[in-house]
Design a protein around this ligand. Sequence first.
Ligand code: 4GS
Length: 246
Amino acid sequence: MSRPGPEFHVISLFPEMFSPASLCGVTGKAVEQGLVGLTAYQLRDFTGGSIHPVDDSPYGGGPGMLMKPEPVFAAVEQVSSTAPPGVSVLLTPQGRRFGQEAAARLADEKRVLLFCGRYEGVDERIRPLFDEELSIGDYVLSGGELAALVIIDAVTRLVPGVLGSDESTRQESFSDGRLEYPQYTRPAVFRGEAVPDVLRSGNHAEIERWRREQSERRTRARRPDLVGVDRSAGGDRGRGEEPGDD
Ligand code: 4GS
C-alpha cells in the first residue's frame, strides 16, 4: 500500500536545509514513520559538471543574478520522470498566496515537487515548467527554501496519522476560517491574572458557547478580512461585519 501523504521532492542549492525537517518534531516523525517522503536534491548535480554555473546576469542589465534555465529544466525533468505523478511548484513572491486550503489540496497529492530559487529571480522561461507558483507571503526571502519548509510543515500535519486525534480535531477549527479562542492551563491564578471562571465551571455547553464567542470576537478584531467570507462559496460576499454584531 502507498503512503498516506505525499512524497516531497525539493530542488535547491542548499539541500542540507531540509535535514532538520526530516529529523525534528512533527515532520521528522512523519518522515520516520513513512507517512510522508522527503528527498532534497542539489541543483548543481544537474549542471553536467562543476564549471557550469547555475546563475547568470540578466539580459538588458540590472542588479543581481538570475537562475539559468538549463539546470532547472534538467533537475525538474529528471526528478519528475520517476513515479508517482504529482504537482510541481515554483516558490516565488509572484505566486498565489499559500494558505490552509492549498495545504489541504497538496496533502492529497502523491508527490509534491518544490523548486527553491536563489539570487534575484529566475529566467522567465523556467515558469512553464511548473504546474503552479506559490508564495508564502509578501516579503522577499534570500531563497525559496524557507518557503518550501513552511509548505512541507503545513501539509504534513494534515496527513492522516501524523497528528494525534485530539490535535487533528482542533486543526479543523482553523480550517473554518476563524482564529482560536484564548486558552489557559495551570495555575488558575498567575501573577494576579485568573483563568476565566467559565473554563473551570465544568459546564461544557457554557464553555463551548464562550469559546465560540471569543473566537468570533477575536477574529473580527484581529482579522476582519476573514469574517463573513463564505469560504465554501469561494467568493467574498458578506465581507465585513453583519448587522446586529456587537
Ligand atoms: C518567496 C516567498 C521568496 C525571491 C527566493 C527572491 C530568492 C525569494 N518564495 N514565497 N529570490 N515570499 N522567494 O521570497 O515563496
